[in-house]
Write a protein that binds this ligand. Structure first.
Ligand SMILES: O=C(O)CCC(=O)C(=O)O
Ligand SMILES: [Fe+2]
Length: 360
């Protein structure tokens, strides 16, 4: 049988290593409104906030899989470019968030420069021609059609998920869809990521802990290295990539909209485990965010109304403000249903005001 993905070309994830108990939800069944799959999906969104979305057997799903494989080749080509070329498209001079970004790691490249772990954020509104386009490398233009198809297809899959959530939350029809209209400006973006092999480093691992700030994330990875922190005991465990499935996780906006019914789980990326540890690791992420102007606060209606009211006044900010503050490190700490954990208890008091001049 022909392989749908390139996972078989890589060494297998090590046997016997403890992995996160992500349930697998069939996208084809969700498309067909299968009740059991829909219930499993909602449960996963409440309990772990992470699940495998099995795309096999869905025409849209299999298209997304093959586009992700193509984009994985494009990202490798991009990251192989000379540093000074990539730096043209870098943070913060291009944009504080939608740009190329790196941190230096151990080792040197053939020119004696420190190795870089990097990502490159490419916003949906640039790809779909919905705003004045930020400068991007010619390679991105070369694959414009692929990017556009990928964005539209990921968004179509996300729309299916939002409809199921809307139903389970018993919100008026279209409530979540209306906060995520593809033609409106939003922080949706494609992210390329690349990490060099290296030894596990506790401090680095801790620095990488985060929740995603938006609504739903569609993640493809080919090697282990993603870890989630289990809600029941705070243990960090690996997520084993499954060929034919993407990993979906929920972000902060979903916690805010549902007053904590849904879970945005803390996770991080560390070096791939033993059998894969010598390899360069790439992942391809599609982040969905609420539209830029949407205020991140609990929605009214359905089962959300039965959630306890918080006794701490919450600063209200738009989705755009949230992304820029979090994306530029000005909301430190990890956001959970209980508020910010860790580095900052009262983040807004510590964060400088949002600069109005930041281009969206
Ligand atoms: O690389 C991965 O597997 C996960 C990446 C991730 O969590 C992120 O970019 O937010
Ligand atoms: Fe993430």
């Amino acid at each position: 049988m022909a392989h749908l993905t390139s996972h078989h070309t890589l060494p297998a994830f090590p046997e016997g290593l403890k992995t996160a108990p992500l349930v697998s939800v069939s996208f084809a069944k969700l498309q067909n409104n299968d009740e059991g799959s829909s219930a499993d999906f909602f449960q996963a969104c409440k309990e772990l906030g992470f699940f495998y979305l099995d795309f096999v057997g869905s025409q849209l799903g299999e298209t997304i899989i093959s586009e992700a494989e193509e984009l994985n080749k494009v990202q490798k080509e991009f990251f192989a470019l000379p540093n000074e070329v990539k730096d043209v498209y870098g943070r913060p001079h291009l944009h504080p968030f939608y740009a190329y970004r790196y941190t230096e790691t151990e080792g040197e490249d053939e020119n004696g420069a420190p190795l870089r772990n990097a990502n490159y954020n490419l916003r949906k509104d640039d790809i779909l021609g919905q705003c004045e386009r930020l400068a991007c490398h010619p390679l991105i233009f070369q694959y414009q059609d692929l990017f556009e198809r990928y964005v539209r297809h990921c968004r179509a899959a996300v729309d299916v998920l939002l409809e199921h959530l809307n139903k389970h939350l018993q919100l008026p029809p279209g409530t979540l869809a209306n906060l995520h209209r593809i033609h409106e400006r939003s922080g949706d973006h494609v992210r390329f990521t690349q990490n060099h092999p290296g030894a596990f480093n506790e401090e680095r691992a801790r620095m990488a802990e985060h929740t995603d700030f938006g609504s739903l994330t569609i993640l493809f990875n080919w090697l282990g290295g993603l870890q989630v922190r289990l809600p029941e005991n705070d243990e960090w465990v690996y997520v084993n990539p499954v060929p034919g499935s993407c990993i979906v996780n929920l972000g902060d906006a979903m916690v805010k909209f549902t007053a904590g019914i849904l879970r945005s789980n803390i996770h991080r990326v560390v070096p791939a485990p033993s059998t894969q540890a010598h390899l360069m690791r790439n992942s391809l992420v599609f982040f969905t965010r609420p539209e830029d102007k949407v205020i991140l606060k609990r929605l009214k209606g359905g089962i959300i109304d039965a959630q306890p009211q918080s006794n701490q006044p919450e600063p209200e900010m738009t989705s755009h403000e949230w992304i820029i503050l979090k994306g530029t490190g000005r909301l430190p700490g990890v956001f959970t249903s209980k508020g910010f954990e860790g580095k900052a208890r009262n983040p807004v008091a510590q964060a400088p005001p949002v600069a109005v001049s930041i281009p969206a």
